[in-house]
Design a protein around this ligand. Structure first.
Ligand SMILES: [Mn+2]
Length: 432
């Protein structure tokens, strides 16, 4: 493994030198501009340099749809190669030091080896993700008609055991959370009893919750459709909130931006969950019609900004129980996944920094006076500020690349990985 290709820091330094002069010009100009608004640019660089969003292990492989998957070359063939890719992303953008694993896709015989490998690559582990939405070769009961909410208690027991396995692996590698998303639901009216399915789900989750360590959190992730197309058991934030509340204080709600119907006001949902002390974390991505398969910030950057506007407002007000875990969850079907993940991580940081530019005193005054035009203008003034120089400076400060995509492309990483990792038949990436 140690002989595997890596991007040399020298290359990053050399490429950074080429961009340094233009960056300095843009940075100085932005510093002056922000000074007029009484904003210190260095504070924002420090915030951007401390911001973190986790990478999903399944995101570094090419995704697909139920129609087809078009794999790229040099795809990771196992968890260690996935970690190599995650380390490369972090080396260039420096905001993605944690990886979220998915069991059983990332199951390995030696958890110690996994832990050491991650440490050597300067990575830590974010939330564990369980999988009871597909059947594994060695499993006794099928999840075709549900898992944690199944009407048969033996199937539920099997799904519970799997989640407990995930907790055990997580404990060994230093994870502090379990994310549970189930594909349970129905495709026909009358196929399931809505109330009974939720009761069964809750009963199963109570058993899982009992095994959640005291310094862990249990994230409940909702999704309104797919793979079930008529109804899902954890269909929206209201159901998610009810379950988290029922389970106890370690249970929190996880918002996946793509898991809502089109036009739903997600920023308001975020605000509600913050207010109720139950916002646990995020799966960032973007979505045009449904699901979560587009890159974060690629279609609706203003919505991403508005979500961060709520998050930053909560952060600045030191609201209780507010410590959300940020993670990307998206499927890369037509791009090099590493390029998509780097771009997405930068877009998420961008929205975070822009939200810090909102003049909150001015916004509050406008809200009090009912001055809608000024309120929107205050938000837009932050949103339309190009904070790229701040993000670039933060990356440079942390040893990353001023232009991560340019360095990645010039390094020949993908070509080298294609040589190291000849394609295997039957490898598939998933998306939840
Ligand atoms: Mn998700």
């Amino acid at each position: 493994m140690s002989e595997n290709f890596t991007i040399k820091q020298d290359l990053i330094a050399e490429q950074n030198k080429k961009s340094a002069e233009f960056l300095a010009e843009d940075y100085d100009y932005l510093a002056k501009k922000l000074q007029r608004r009484n904003v210190n640019i260095e504070d924002l660089v420090a915030r951007a340099a401390n911001f973190q969003v986790a990478i999903p292990s399944w995101g570094v492989g090419t995704g697909g749809t139920r129609f087809a998957r078009f794999p790229g070359s040099g795809e990771p063939r196992g968890v260690f190669e996935k970690l190599e890719d995650c380390a490369t992303i972090n080396q260039l953008v420096r905001t993605t030091g944690a990886v979220s694993l998915h069991i059983p896709w990332d199951k390995t015989d030696s958890v110690d080896e996994l832990k050491n490998f991650a440490e050597n690559h300067e990575l830590t582990f974010d939330a564990m993700n369980s999988n009871t939405f597909q059947d594994q070769l060695d499993q006794k009961f099928s999840y075709k008609y549900g898992s944690l909410s199944h009407s048969d208690s033996s199937v539920r027991k099997q799904a519970i055991e799997h989640n407990l396995d995930c907790i055990e692996i997580g404990k060994q590698i230093g994870s502090k959370a379990l994310t549970v998303w189930v594909g349970d639901g129905s495709n026909f009216a009358g196929q399931t009893n809505f109330r009974r399915a939720l009761e069964c789900y809750l009963e199963s989750m109570r058993e899982i919750y009992r095994h959640i360590p005291d310094d862990w959190r249990l994230f409940v992730e909702h999704k309104f459709y797919e793979p079930a197309f008529y109804s899902t058991v954890i269909n929206d934030w209201g159901t998610s909130y009810f379950c988290a509340k029922e389970l106890g204080e370690k249970a929190m709600c996880l918002v996946d931006l793509g898991h809502h119907a089109p036009n739903v006001n997600i920023e308001q949902i975020v605000s509600r969950l913050i207010q109720f002390g139950k916002l646990g974390g995020f799966h960032f991505n973007d979505s045009k019609y449904g699901d979560d398969d587009l890159d974060a910030g690629s279609i609706k950057p203003f919505q991403l900004f508005l979500v961060f506007n709520e998050l930053v407002d909560a952060e600045l007000n030191n609201l209780p129980n507010f410590d959300p875990a940020y993670m990307i969850d998206q499927s890369h079907n037509v791009t090099d996944p590493l390029e998509s993940l780097m771009t997405s991580a930068m877009e998420i940081s961008r929205a975070f920094v822009q939200a810090h530019l909102v003049d909150r005193a001015k916004l509050e005054e406008a809200q009090r006076k009912g001055d809608a035009i000024t309120a929107l203008a205050t938000l837009k003034s932050a949103f339309t500020t190009d904070v790229s120089p701040i993000l670039a400076k933060a990356r440079e400060k942390n040893g990353g690349a001023i232009d991560p995509i340019a360095v990645y492309r010039s390094s020949g990483y993908r070509i080298e990985k294609a040589k190291e990792r000849p394609a295997q038949i039957g490898i598939s990436a998933g998306i939840v």
